[in-house]
Design a protein around this ligand. Structure first.
Ligand code: DAH
Length: 350
């Protein structure tokens, strides 16, 4: 029979060679149970024989057994560490990202050029003390025309090709339409507020229009209204002058010419000297040196009376402009239809 000492040596050889083959924690646990397990482990089993040895051998074999136990324990711990490190490395490798791969591009959205222009114009008026108000796009005949001093059957209505809603009231009249301008909000604002009034109204308008490079059936307008005691044409001039210089540059000159709008008297169209050629004549200003940018005028007494303001006490001025037209002038855009075609090649330029 081989001696206990020899058995220990052989056990160590087997244990170490087994250990070297182990690649995962589960096998390692099994290995540990196999060699060191309290019940049936090979080492504890051998040690059960220890008391049977002659007393003089017992000490030596006992020491060797203890050393072996320590060796197995250290071997176990080292292997465990190695397995875990290897697993971690595998995991890192699996989860690693290749930083040399080109990234996926995120398309960053931005504001529509019309929105940008509206915001730019609005902020100029807000700095002058104006409020921004909003109103309905489906409007009544009353607000869109009648209250603005444009009676039914008046030829002035021809100026606004109107899209009517297919709806008749009890009198067989079609009272609803898509607003043709933002001017109806002059009336709605005055009905709701007492002077002093200083508002601007950016919003969509609609016309029954054959579209071309300068006409769209849907477009925006920005309306303005100022009403207070003692407002004169000088206030109109000063305000719109300040606005034009803020938007088109401090050098700008402005020009007023008589024009007709039923809700103002006198009515004007306002031009700036061409910012492209400084008034000498070029393509942008059709060689005239001037560019029309808005309609304006002193609020008609009939309009003030209609909302219950006494025109002997209160006076005011109003103006209306098209942000697309202003944007076209500023950026040299030659066709208004570009704005709402949703072509990114156009939109991304702004
Ligand atoms: N509403 C007019 C249009 O659509 C523009 C306009 C002209 C507005 C003169 C005004 C104004 O407030 O005073 O043609």
């Amino acid at each position: 029979m081989t001696s206990l000492k020899e058995q220990l040596v052989s056990l160590e050889r087997h244990a170490i060679s087994d250990l070297e083959k182990i690649r995962n924690e589960q096998d390692l646990d099994e290995w540990r149970i196999n060699y060191q397990g309290r019940r049936n482990g090979q080492l504890p089993k051998l040690l059960e024989e220890l008391p049977k040895l002659p007393i003089e051998d017992r000490k030596e074999v006992g020491i060797a057994a203890n050393e072996l136990r320590d060796k197995l324990e250290t071997g176990y711990k080292e292997r465990l560490q190695e397995i875990r490190t290897a697993e971690l490395q595998d995991k890192l490798l699996e989860e690693s990202i290749d930083v040399s791969l080109p990234g996926r591009k995120h398309a960053i959205g931005k504001l529509h050029p019309t929105t940008q222009t509206i915001r730019e114009i609005s902020s100029i008026f807000v700095n002058l003390g104006y409020q921004i108000v909003d109103g309905p796009e489906v409007e009544s005949d009353y607000y869109n025309f009648e209250a603005l001093n444009i009676p039914p059957d008046h030829p002035a209505r021809d100026q606004w090709d109107t899209l009517w809603l297919d709806y008749n009231n009890a009198d067989g009249i079609r009272p609803l339409l898509l607003r043709t301008h933002t001017s109806p909000m002059q009336i709605r604002t005055m009905e709701q507020q007492e002077p002093p009034i200083r508002v601007i109204v950016p919003g969509r308008c609609y016309r029954h229009e054959a579209t071309d490079a300068t006409h769209e059936s849907m477009f925006f307008q920005i309306e303005g209204l100022t009403v207070d005691k003692g407002i004169t044409f000088a206030d109109l001039k000063g305000t719109l002058y300040t606005f034009a210089r803020k938007l088109f540059g401090e050098e700008r000159k402005i020009r007023f010419r008589c024009d007709f709008f039923p809700f103002v008297e006198p009515g004007v169209d306002m031009s700036i000297d061409c910012f492209s050629c400084d008034g000498t004549g070029c393509r942008v200003c059709s060689n005239s040196g001037w560019i029309e940018i808005m309609g304006a005028g002193m609020v008609h007494p009939n309009v003030l009376e209609r909302v219950g303001y006494d025109p002997e006490i209160y006076t005011g001025f109003a103006f209306g402009m098209g942000p697309e037209r202003i944007s076209m002038l500023k950026h040299g855009i030659d066709d208004i239809r570009h704005f709402y075609n949703n072509d990114l090649r156009f939109l991304e330029q702004f």
